[in-house]
Design a protein around this ligand. Structure first.
Ligand code: GRF
Length: 196
């Protein structure tokens, strides 16, 4: 099967990136990681990429306050230069603009640690605990111009236990994130993802 050229955009630890790398190396994912891009120079995700000889690039957000479109234009340039077909956001802590979305229509995915449309935004594991919901989970979805609003591709459900803390719940959700992100990318690679 043809390998889809992907980019993973990160800002921090990069455990989802690692799961994608591992699945590619195992042959479980028909993808080639063309580049990992971080807005943060010290993101551990960049180190993970380098360890696997994957191009790791920092595109600093410094100087782009209030100029998100200009920043995204830089991303588009980098992604196009590398021949990227599918863009995977994995803990990328920036709000993206139509400049990026229009350059990759229906070709940007994101992973979110809650069962959307419940709990969009940040600190969602804490919010789930505070609301007393009995189940949470994670969602891979297409990125559109809203905040965590695009069409849903895959979700995984996890139970919330009485003695859960934000950390224990996050860890249980993360384990599922590491599975479903690769599954969603594989669906794309097989031409089985229809955004509408
Ligand atoms: C994950 O919980 C993901 O759902 C959210 O940001 C976190 C990134 O974690 N969007 P990591 O950097 O992949 O370890």
């Amino acid at each position: 099967m043809k390998k889809v050229k992907i980019a993973v955009l990160v800002s921090g630890r990069g455990s989802n990136l690692q799961a994608i790398i591992d699945n590619i190396e195992k042959g479980a994912l028909s993808a080639e990681l063309a580049v990992v891009i971080s807005d943060q120079a010290d993101a551990y995700a960049l180190e993970r990429a380098r360890k696997h000889h994957i191009p790791a690039v920092q595109v600093s957000g410094k100087g782009y306050k209030g100029k998100r479109e200009e920043y995204d234009a830089l991303l588009v340039q980098e992604l196009r230069t590398r021949g990227v077909e599918l863009v995977c956001l994995a803990g990328f802590m920036r709000i993206i603009t139509p400049v990026l979305i229009k350059a990759f229509p229906n070709r940007i995915l994101n992973i979110h640690p809650a069962l959307l449309p419940a709990f969009p935004g940040l600190h969602v594991q804490k919010a789930a605990l505070e609301h007393g919901v009995k189940f949470s989970g994670c969602t891979v979805h297409f990125v559109d111009e809203g905040m965590d609003t695009g069409p849903i591709i895959i979700q995984a459900v996890v139970p919330i236990l009485d003695n859960d803390t934000e950390d224990s719940l996050s860890a249980r959700i993360l384990e599922q994130e590491h599975k479903i992100y690769s599954q969603a990318i594989q669906l794309y690679a097989e031409g089985r993802l229809k955004p509408e």
